[in-house]
Design a protein around this ligand. Structure first.
Ligand code: GLU
Length: 553
């Protein structure tokens, strides 16, 4: 009678190392007490999802704040779903958010002593572990064809039992070693399955770092661990990789909770200590009053590129995600008047569980605060880079006179409570295009929204007068005093109070006079501080605009 040893040798003659060799090659890390080794382990199946950014950010911050290590592992074992080049793209996109791995797969080559970090390059590691499991009788070749598996499923359906390859339904589980060897020698295709000792009527308990104790039915399925293409399944690769990379905390999407008993079953079979798990809540969205998961197919905001293309500052998106990760973040940010994530003490225990809800208004709030507080030069470079990538017309304007554009960006900025107009870089050009004469001409070619209450002739005369006598190069108080005087000359009240007391005595209030100027100069009723605007535009431009509008009335 042949032995499992012979079976293992027949299946994996190329494997010469043992688990002990691997234990030596990847020794426990020498890290300070409490330091966490985390990892982000995406499959290269497309662009960076908002949910993945959320998970990777948490993984990163836990490692950094504990003085540990953050790894990037590329899980490319599902070759049908792999999209060429998307692993490198994910790394580039994460870099935009400053999430750079200490160790891991990098386009230019691996970094770190626990690699390779790309699963398809770890075949020998998986096979080494599997060979050992075969020796121990804890894994076996399964020769079922898809038709065989289908027949098992149908029989299970008919007898109303749970589908799956377990217990008496695991057809090849109890073949003798001789039978196995015979089939292999006959060239029958095989996959390798894990031999579970689990009992479905019992429970597996584990502590989730976010959720606390989770109790689930024990695994009793003999899951496939090595596919016919020689690559492992996620379940097995995860167990091997996180063991040999010495991961201490697995941060992964909550969709993996139900399969955790499978993973713990394997850790037990291998007599390895399982790392801690933190299952990260999915990002949700309100859809017609119903809360649902952000969908890769239905929701544009499921892709991180959506925010970058609109010109959101990457830091703003991170700050926003932190606010949904830790509910105490917002309070902290307001109290500390900083959005510096490096200073916030993140706590995995304080993660909210009820499904983080995506809230664009809140993202906009953070984003406006962050852009407003960016130093001018930094904002200039970021906006220019955005325009370069997305808005050629805007870029041409910036480059034609960078210092003019900087003055525009600096309006009401250099102060304790700066103006917060822009949530994203794409908001900027539509709001400031009036600064450029050709754009202003397009705006002014449309009817301007003057207050109908004041006679046109008054506005006409007032604007013409302003074009000649409005002072430039004076401070705001002096300028405003002059506007008041000018307004009064044309029948506007000198104060809003005077106007309120006796509206029929005036053509309009002081605000109406200022509004008429604003409309003529910028083309709309709303704008930042008008005095700053006219100083940037300069006397020549302003006078020309006032004169032109006056003539058109
Ligand atoms: N490749 C898996 C995924 O993309 C990783 C899960 C994990 O982090 O373990 O869902």
């Amino acid at each position: 009678m042949a032995t499992n040893e012979e079976l293992a040798e027949l299946l994996f003659p190329e494997v010469t190392e043992t688990i002990e060799d691997l234990e030596k090659r990847f020794p426990p890390r020498n890290l300070p007490e409490g330091a966490q080794v985390t990892r982000f382990a995406p499959s290269p199946t497309g662009f960076l999802h908002t949910g993945s950014l959320f998970t990777s950010m948490i993984s990163y911050i836990v490692a950094k704040q504990s003085g540990g290590v953050y790894c990037f592992r590329l899980e490319d074992t599902d070759t049908k779903r792999t999209i060429e080049g998307s692993g490198d793209l994910l790394i580039d996109q994460l870099a935009v958010f400053g999430i750079n791995a200490d160790e891991g797969y990098f386009p230019g080559g691996d970094k770190g002593a626990y690699g390779p970090y790309k699963q398809s390059e770890r075949r020998m590691i998986y096979k080494t572990v599997i060979k050992e499991l075969i020796r121990r009788g804890r894994a076996y070749p399964d020769f079922c064809t898809p038709e065989d598996l289908d027949a098992i499923r149908k029989a299970q359906e008919a007898s109303k039992v749970l589908p799956g390859y377990y217990g008496v339904y695991a057809r090849d589980r109890n073949l003798t070693v001789d039978e196995r060897i015979e089939k292999i020698k006959a060239g029958t295709p095989w996959v390798i399955r894990f031999y579970s000792n689990g009992d479905h009527s019992r429970k597996t308990k584990f502590i989730d770092a976010i959720r606390g104790e989770i109790e689930l039915q024990d695994n009793d399925t003999d899951v496939v661990i090595l596919k016919s293409d020689g690559l492992p399944t996620y379940h097995f690769a995860h167990v091997c990789d996180d063991h040999f990379m010495r991961t201490t905390l697995i941060t992964r999407g909550e969709e993996w909770i139900p399969s955790t008993p499978i993973h713990l079953d394997m850790f037990r079979a291998l007599e390895w200590k399982a790392p801690k798990y933190a299952h990260i809540p999915s990002i949700m969205k309100l859809d017609h009053g119903n809360k649902r998961k952000l969908s890769k197919r239905k929701d544009a905001e499921a892709a991180v590129s959506y925010f970058l293309d609109l010109g959101y500052n990457p830091e703003a998106l991170k700050v926003y995600l932190m606010s949904i990760a830790n509910s105490n973040f917002e309070e902290w940010a307001i109290a500390n008047k900083t959005f510096d994530l490096g200073k916030f003490k993140f706590s995995i225990k304080k993660m909210s569980l009820d499904g983080a809800l995506f809230d664009l208004d809140k993202l906009n709030y953070f984003s406006k605060e962050i852009i407003a507080r960016m130093p001018l030069e930094e904002e200039f470079l970021a906006v220019r880079a955005y325009a370069e990538a997305h808005e050629p017309e805007f870029l041409a304007k910036i480059d034609a006179d960078p210092s003019y554009f900087k003055k525009i960006l600096n309006i009401e900025k250099d102060r304790k409570n700066p103006r917060k107009d822009y949530a994203k870089y794409s908001d900027i050009y539509p709001l400031i295009r009036f600064f450029y004469d050709d754009e202003y001409a397009k705006i002014a070619a449309n009817p301007l929204p003057f207050n109908e209450n004041a006679p046109k002739s008054t506005i006409k005369a007032f604007l013409l007068d302003a074009s000649k006598s409005m002072p430039f190069g004076v401070d705001e108080a002096a300028w405003f005093a002059a506007v008041k005087e000018l307004g009064a000359k044309h029948g506007y009240a000198s104060s809003n109070k005077d106007y309120k007391e006796n509206p029929s005595a005036f053509v309009g209030s002081l605000s109406d006079a200022a509004e008429a100027l604003r409309i003529a100069i910028v083309g709309s009723k709303e704008s930042p501080n008008l005095h700053e605007i006219i100083e940037i535009l300069g006397q020549e431009r302003v006078s020309k605009r006032l004169e032109g509008v006056s003539a058109s009335l």
